[in-house]
Design a protein around this ligand. Structure first.
Ligand code: BTN
Length: 260
């Protein structure tokens, strides 16, 4: 059951002094946040939409969510961080969502490398970080997050892979309060971006480690599929995979499916 629709007033009540822009319908909140970031939006500013008509996921995929059933937002961050450590922002988003959803469904939340949030074994949220560069200077990161809140995926093509918080918990979720809680965790972890605790916490949530997986790594012409045992992640967030000839491959970007 969709909750009451979001509004400026509800978001203002939940977000307090945080700068935000709310739209009933947008192409992609990430696009609006990028423009706002270039116009000087402060760190922590957030774009929220009730519906996206061109929502995007990783690797140029479409991100679909019927109006009112999801929490769709993009938060602008302005971290001082080297390019090779940008995966830390993905960790911030994934850990922030996982910690927040865990409060509603204890013991049922995991992460699938690198940044899918799982609830009861199905994807409940995805994260799309996008960096804005001026030459070699990082201007901002737009952290786009979509959380399935009330969508019932039963009978849809995604029934086996996706779920929503309300489907699992049977409890109504106030999306404005959910947003405020996730943003609070994002603030807290952004302040600890370079600390080992962020990597350790993210690693602790990963369902992938120790499992046999198939990683799909994007290639220039075709994607490469690599199967093996997920041994660990390294400091930059890359997945270390022991492949069948015994060597260890470092997978920097891509996604994994669990083989068992
Ligand atoms: C993924 O799992 O592939 C990432 C999905 C990210 C979706 C969110 S919804 C809000 C923001 N705006 C977008 O266009 N995408 C992200």
């Amino acid at each position: 059951m969709p909750d009451e629709f979001l509004s400026e007033a509800r978001l203002k009540a939940a977000l307090g002094e945080r700068p935000f822009r709310f739209h009933e319908q947008v192409g992609s909140t990430n696009d609006l946040a990028q423009r706002w970031a270039l116009d000087g939006a402060p760190a922590g500013a957030v774009v929220v939409a009730e519906e996206q008509v061109a929502g995007r996921g990783r690797f140029g995929r479409t991100w679909l969510a019927p109006a009112g059933t999801a929490l769709l937002f993009s938060v602008i961050l302005r971290p001082q961080i080297r390019a090779e450590r940008l995966a830390r922002l993905t960790m911030v988003g994934a850990v922030a969502v996982a910690e927040t959803v865990m409060g509603m469904a204890p013991g049922q939340v995991r992460l699938k490398w690198p940044n899918d949030v799982w609830l009861a074994g199905h994807k409940v949220a995805g994260i799309l970080p996008e960096a804005i560069w001026l030459g070699s200077d990082l201007q901002a990161i737009v952290l786009g997050i979509g959380v399935n809140v009330s969508m019932d995926f039963a009978g849809t093509a995604l029934a086996d892979s996706a779920t929503s918080i309300e489907t699992v918990t049977g409890q109504h979720v106030d999306r404005a309060a959910l947003l405020a809680a996730i943003l609070g965790r994002i603030d807290a972890w952004t302040a600890r971006l370079e600390e080992p605790a962020l990597l350790e916490t993210w690693r602790g949530w990963l369902a992938t480690l120790g499992r046999r997986v198939t990683a799909t790594a994007p290639g220039e012409q075709i994607d490469e599929q690599i199967s093996g045992e997920a041994l660990d992640v390294d400091d930059s967030g890359a997945l270390l995979l022991r492949v069948d000839d015994g060597s260890v491959r470092r997978i920097v970007s891509g996604e994994v499916t669990l083989a068992d």
